[in-house]
Write a protein that binds this ligand. Structure first.
Ligand SMILES: [Zn+2]
Length: 158
């Protein structure tokens, strides 16, 4: 178990309560792009409430976060965060950190700006708490750069 001062259970509860009122996106808005991969993503995720998405589905779609619409990202990110918290050695942990840490010069582009601005201040703040936990869980410091950049991005206005 990673050493951490941050209670995983307290963080889990904070994420659940902070994102509790985020509306579920329309099926068509889960992954708005039309291609085989995005079509499959819509069909796969449409039946589930955010925190009821099965682990197998998150594991299978560990790299899907960039394909979700901003609304779907806001709705489904908590499920990915929770999976990452239970599995800090997983591809999901790694790709969540990539999603949260775009290069700063990309933030002026609509694709990245919309995926940041849709989150409320309390949600950004909960994401920062997740990043604080991730830093302690990343014992070998494999993702120090991503975590530092993500904390810079998500603490802005949080
Ligand atoms: Zn697509």
């Amino acid at each position: 178990m990673p050493r951490s001062n941050i209670s995983v259970e307290a963080l889990r509860k904070r994420i659940v309560s902070t994102f509790a009122d985020v509306p579920k996106p329309l099926d068509s808005d889960i992954a708005p792009h039309r291609c085989l991969e995005c079509d499959e993503l819509r069909v796969a995720f449409a039946p589930y409430e955010s925190l009821e998405v099965p682990d197998t589905l998150i594991k299978e779609h560990f790299d899907a976060l960039p394909l979700f619409s901003p609304r779907a990202l806001r709705y489904l990110l908590p499920a990915y965060l929770q999976y990452a918290m239970r599995n800090s050695e997983s591809d999901v942990f790694e790709f969540v950190l990539y999603q949260l840490s775009p290069n700063l010069d990309l933030l002026t582009q609509d694709h990245y700006r919309e995926r940041l601005e849709i989150f409320s201040k309390p949600e950004r703040s909960a994401i920062c708490a997740f990043l604080e936990w991730a830093e302690s869980a990343d014992e070998e410091k494999r993702f120090s750069d991503e975590i530092a950049r993500a904390r810079q991005i998500w603490s802005h206005g949080a």
